[in-house]
Design a protein around this ligand. Structure first.
Ligand SMILES: Cc1ncc(COP(=O)(O)O)c(C=O)c1O
Length: 388
């Protein structure tokens, strides 16, 4: 058998010379929706039918009483904390390996993050760490579903309910996912969505807070209203999200099939382990496809792997930095051992979602690039990039 071609990082031809697929892609339905918002004049108004329809459709789709639109998922987390009246002197438990904005949102309201570990199977919040982390000043838990991993919300809500601790469920990465029979984002006292520019539902910017608690909804509304709305979602943005919401499930199914195919095709690649969920009646969605990458087993540092894959035209990236690694210990309390979070910090690799809606050739290219990196790992580890 011939050797696969030289890696692009070492001067060979890239697997995808055109680079990763763009996001969002060409979208006639969004263009039509935005054109309608221009034609009916709502594009230039503070309020209008598109935002109102989006609020109703989100409430229906996510099985909640109230959906509040806002300027980003990051702000929606802060809004949730404020609506739960969390502030100085309070503690909020969250995973050290999480979206960094969640840690910063806790600080934004003056509270103290308490960092806990991730589950070994999927590097999402480890529920068995909560009991050791809780204190008399714990006022909330933030949990995110990350990289195709899911958190067992039934068990989390039972634990938190017994202690009267509200839960903020960050579903920014998983709109349309099902967790134990219910939509992700609908389990928590507050759920959070993002319509950021890279997200499955994209308006360039934007987010939403979901809740079925009238008091939380009222307090969140009060925070948003300062004479005018602070941090709003515009009519044009709402108009752009609506057609995407209508086809979210069919696209999620397509992404899920693609991830299953990729997982099978990459099975047995040393040091590349897919995230796994162990719960009934659940189905993840994929904003990022996460793998647990063991650089020693694969034979290549993570930074070099990512550089090699990107040179091939594949949108692979390192995962989040864990909060306990880079940040001053004065800025958080350590709620548990953080060994898995440390592993995630060094070993999470994530594939951006647009390729999952591609053709079989697009998916095969991802596999080819992984195999190329593995085949040439020794040279990739040893040689500087071409042109250096
Ligand atoms: C888990 C999670 N929460 C929140 C956000 C923030 O969303 P936004 O970009 O809308 O602020 C992100 C963005 O990547 C995320 O991954």
């Amino acid at each position: 058998m011939n050797d696969p071609e030289l890696p692009a990082l070492l001067g060979g031809p890239p697997v995808r010379p055109q680079g990763p697929p763009d996001w969002p892609g060409p979208d006639p339905e969004v263009c039509e929706a935005v054109a309608r918002a221009c034609a009916d004049g709502s594009w230039g108004k503070y309020h209008g039918p598109h935002g109102e329809t989006l609020v109703q459709q989100l409430a229906t789709k996510f099985h909640v009483e109230h959906a509040l639109l806002c300027g980003s998922g990051t702000y929606a987390i802060e809004l949730a904390l404020r609506a739960l009246r969390i502030g100085p002197g309070d503690e909020v438990i969250l995973a050290s390996y999480d979206y960094p904005g969640n840690f910063l949102a806790v600080h934004a309201v003056g509270a103290q993050p308490v960092l806990v570990d991730s589950a070994a199977c999927n590097w999402n919040l480890a529920l068995d760490t909560l009991e050791q982390a809780v204190s008399s000043t714990t006022r909330a838990v933030i949990t995110s579903h990350l990289h195709g991993g899911l958190v067992a919300m039934r068990e989390l809500m039972a634990w938190a309910g017994e202690r009267n601790i509200p839960v903020i469920e960050d579903a920014a990465q998983v709109p349309g996912a099902v967790v134990q029979g219910r939509p992700a984002g609908s389990w928590g006292d507050c759920g959070v969505l993002s319509f950021g520019g890279s997200k499955l539902l994209s308006a360039g910017r934007g987010g939403a807070l979901l809740t079925s608690d009238i008091h939380i909804a009222q307090r969140a509304r009060t925070h948003l209203l300062r004479g005018n709305l602070v941090c709003p979602l515009s009519e044009l943005q709402a108009a752009a999200v609506l057609p995407q919401l209508a086809r979210l499930d069919s696209r999620n199914e397509q992404r899920l099939r693609a991830v299953r195919w990729l997982t099978d095709a990459l099975a047995g690649l040393p040091g590349v382990t897919p995230l796994t969920n162990h719960m009934d009646d659940s189905s993840p969605t994929y904003y990022k496809v996460g793998w647990q990458y063991d650089s020693a087993m694969f034979g290549l540092s993570r930074a070099r792997l990512v550089a090699a894959m990107r040179a091939e035209g594949i949108a692979l990236a390192e995962g989040f930095p864990a909060a306990h690694v880079g940040r001053s210990p004065r800025r958080f309390r350590r709620g548990s051992d953080l060994a898995e979070a440390e592993r995630a910090h060094h070993g999470a690799v994530i594939l951006h979602h647009p390729v999952l809606l591609g053709t079989p050739t697009d998916l095969q290219q991802v596999v080819t690039a992984w195999r190329k990196a593995y085949h040439h790992r020794a040279r990739l580890a040893a040689e500087p990039p071409a042109g250096v």
